[in-house]
Design a protein around this ligand. Structure first.
Ligand code: NAI
Length: 320
């Protein structure tokens, strides 16, 4: 897809961060935009931004894990703009980090529920409507470089993003005959509000094994500040659609990044590879710049990505 003018773009997580950046860039390209988000305060702020812009933007309060609400949101788009979206941008996502062995059922249910379950709900809700409308289109799901790189403190997040990357490849093959493109967008660090993710954590999923305080959120924010701006993200997402690639990594070193991760999987196949891997394991991801590594080291000093101190089976150096 190269021409965005007049297309309907539905953006989950569209009130903040990457999704809000997409709303800016796609509305400026002439799209009729819906921003769907679980945070009313962020929706209000985003709509404030668009107030004096020459943009068609419609807000919908939506929890992407709520299937009934998702169907109602899809009906609302058709009422407001006359067609289902031709562009579906799924950016809603959350994270929380801590030792895998400290993770609770609730950590998995929340993070995998939103990051993978939310995207599954988006596909099941919109794909039939998009096919029936016969207008073609493009679907982008925001995954993460974390979906290629598992880590000792990122288990729920990394597995949810790996699944999204896999899911998008299935849909790419399935939707080609209908003229609908599919992309898994896999950024590294972005300057967003994801350090506030726990604000959207539902009451019944509050029990976490990880150590989370205002101080750890603030330390994580400082790391995110070093990432891509949200407008850059929006531009990259548009480029991913123009290029029609199935996996889009907004870093120049994209091939090197994938090679390093694929080599790890090859190493996992043999005892010699395992020895090689175990001799090197524990370092930062290949794509992480030194200033981001330094910010992560600082964050871990205040307990970020560590376990709650009362979890008694976790090694002492992994606890806050
Ligand atoms: P953000 O927190 O600024 O934006 C995410 C938006 O999703 C928020 O407005 C939030 O209210 C919304 N949201 C959360 N749960 C929701 C739910 N159940 N239903 C509907 N909306 C919901 O964070 P950011 O960074 O813009 O996140 C966007 C995507 O980017 C996420 O999928 C995240 O995992 C991914 N990502 C972020 C990276 C980063 O460094 N910030 C790096 C790689 C991927």
């Amino acid at each position: 897809m190269k021409d965005f003018k007049g297309k309907v773009a539905f953006i989950t997580g569209g009130a903040s961060g990457a999704g809000f950046g997409m709303a800016q860039i796609f509305s400026e390209a002439g799209c009729k935009v819906v921003i769907a988000d679980v945070r009313q305060d962020q929706l209000d702020k985003a709509m404030d931004y668009f107030k004096d812009k020459d943009a068609q933007v419609h807000p919908i309060l939506l929890d992407v894990t709520d299937r009934k609400a998702y169907i109602a949101a899809a009906d609302e788009v058709e009422r407001v703009y006359g067609t289902p979206p031709q562009i579906l941008l799924q950016s809603a996502g959350v994270n929380a980090f801590g030792p895998a062995e400290a993770s609770t059922y609730e950590d998995y249910d929340w993070i995998v529920g939103v990051n993978l379950g939310g995207i599954i709900n988006g596909m099941v809700t919109f794909v039939p409507r998009m096919i029936k409308a016969g207008l073609g289109g493009h679907i982008v799901a925001v995954a993460s470089l974390g979906g290629f790189g598992p880590g000792p403190t990122t288990a729920p997040y990394s597995c949810s993003k790996a699944a999204v990357i896999n899911l998008m490849q299935s849909y790419y093959e399935a939707l080609r005959p209908y003229g609908i493109g599919v992309t898994a967008f896999c950024p590294g660090n972005m300057n967003t509000n994801i350090h506030e993710a726990s604000k959207t954590r539902p009451k019944h999923l509050q029990n976490t094994g990880y150590y989370e305080t205002q101080e750890t959120a603030e330390a994580y924010r400082k790391h995110n500040e070093l990432g891509l701006s949200i407008r850059e993200v929006g531009e990259h997402v548009m480029k991913s659609i123009e290029q029609g690639v199935v996996i889009y990594i907004p870093n120049e070193e994209r091939e090197m990044i994938i090679r390093v991760h694929m080599q790890r999987m090859i190493d996992f196949l043999t005892p010699e590879g395992m020895a090689r891997h175990n001799a090197q394991a524990g370092g930062p991801p290949p794509e992480m710049p030194p200033e981001e590594i330094a910010a992560i080291v600082e964050a871990s000093k205040v307990g970020w990505a560590k376990a709650r101190p009362d979890i008694d089976w976790v090694a002492p150096n992994k606890k806050a």
